[in-house]
Design a binder for this molecule. Structure first.
Ligand SMILES: *[C@@H]1O[C@H](CO)[C@@H](O)[C@H](O)[C@H]1NC(C)=O
Ligand SMILES: *[C@@H]1O[C@H](CO)[C@@H](O)[C@H](O)[C@H]1NC(C)=O
Length: 269
């Protein structure tokens, strides 16, 4: 368990970073400045457009950046396995990923040798039956620390803070040049405001203070202990990054057994 002292420090850090607009100006030098924002989930869902309202995350050893036609996130869940979203890889697995990048120009590059898309993925991230997940196999192993996956269906609860990470859009036009993080509030039931919401397999969060946007899909969402990965960023409700109102994340506890079986069948160790 994380001491409450640590939580308080982290939250006050959030307040200080999101209070001003220095984060956006800080990121004027774009990591993806020569790339047309192709997005990730927005290929399928025009409503889904990095993290808005965030601050620098520093080095997160188990954060993974997919290198491909679209910017996407992921997490290192085993020495040679990465968890990401199906929407990031359903038009082709990336040839390489970066493990532990702090900026868009560093991290350690790994070749992707294969992967599996969740059998319940049909191509619509916000459908109430689709499970937007994929596991990638790395050709070689990483000794970086791994993300800890949540298997408890009672987590998150209440108005837990959830921590999001990514290199995606920080507003409607600019990608982050450094790994961003922010906190969003878990919302127990989004069904009244979003018809496609399925609480069994989706975690919903309020997007008022911060939001995942294009380029953040596949990225890890940590629970209130700020250690356990409870979800994978998937989609948003709202026409643009700044106009986003709700966020939809794939609930890891619901897909826990599938993820474990994929690790076991894909991993070479
Ligand atoms: C990655 O880049 C950032 C920003 O330039 C820098 O602060 C950090 O030390 C770099 N990390 C490594 C491992 O080179
Ligand atoms: C909600 O998700 C559960 C678990 O995947 C599934 O069994 C159920 O059919 C879904 N509900 C709807 C309305 O699609």
């Amino acid at each position: 368990m994380i001491p409450s002292q640590y939580l308080a420090i982290s939250l006050s850090l959030l307040l200080s970073v999101s209070a001003g607009n220095h984060i956006r100006s800080h990121n004027r030098n774009l990591g993806f400045d020569s790339t047309t924002p192709t997005g990730d989930v927005d290929v399928n869902d025009p409503n889904n457009q990095g993290i808005r309202g965030g601050g620098d995350a520093g080095t997160v050893p188990w954060f993974v950046r997919l290198e491909g036609s679209s910017v996407c996130g992921g997490s290192l869940i085993h020495d040679d396995c990465v968890l990401t979203s199906a929407s990031c890889v359903d038009s082709g697995f990336p040839s390489t990923v970066l493990v532990g990048p702090t900026s868009s120009s560093n991290g350690t590059s790994y070749t992707v040798s294969g992967g599996t898309i969740h059998p319940s993925w049909t191509g619509t991230p916000d459908a109430n039956s689709d499970i937007n997940l994929a596991v990638l196999k790395l050709a070689t192993t990483s000794s970086n620390s791994k993300a800890t996956l949540n298997s408890n269906s009672a987590v998150p609860s209440g108005t837990d803070n959830l921590q999001i990470f990514g290199f995606g859009l920080i507003n409607n036009a600019e990608y982050a040049s450094s790994l961003q993080q922010a906190f969003v509030t878990y919302t127990a039931d989004c069904a009244s405001s979003y018809a496609s919401y399925n609480a069994t397999q989706t975690i919903c969060a309020d997007a008022t203070a911060a939001a995942t946007c294009t380029g953040d899909s596949g990225g890890p969402v940590l629970g209130a202990d700020l250690v356990t990965q409870v979800a994978v960023a998937s989609f948003g409700v709202g026409a643009t990054c700044t106009g986003r109102t709700l966020l939809g994340f794939v609930r890891i506890s619901h897909a826990y057994d599938w993820i474990q079986s994929e690790i076991c069948s894909l991993s070479s160790r």
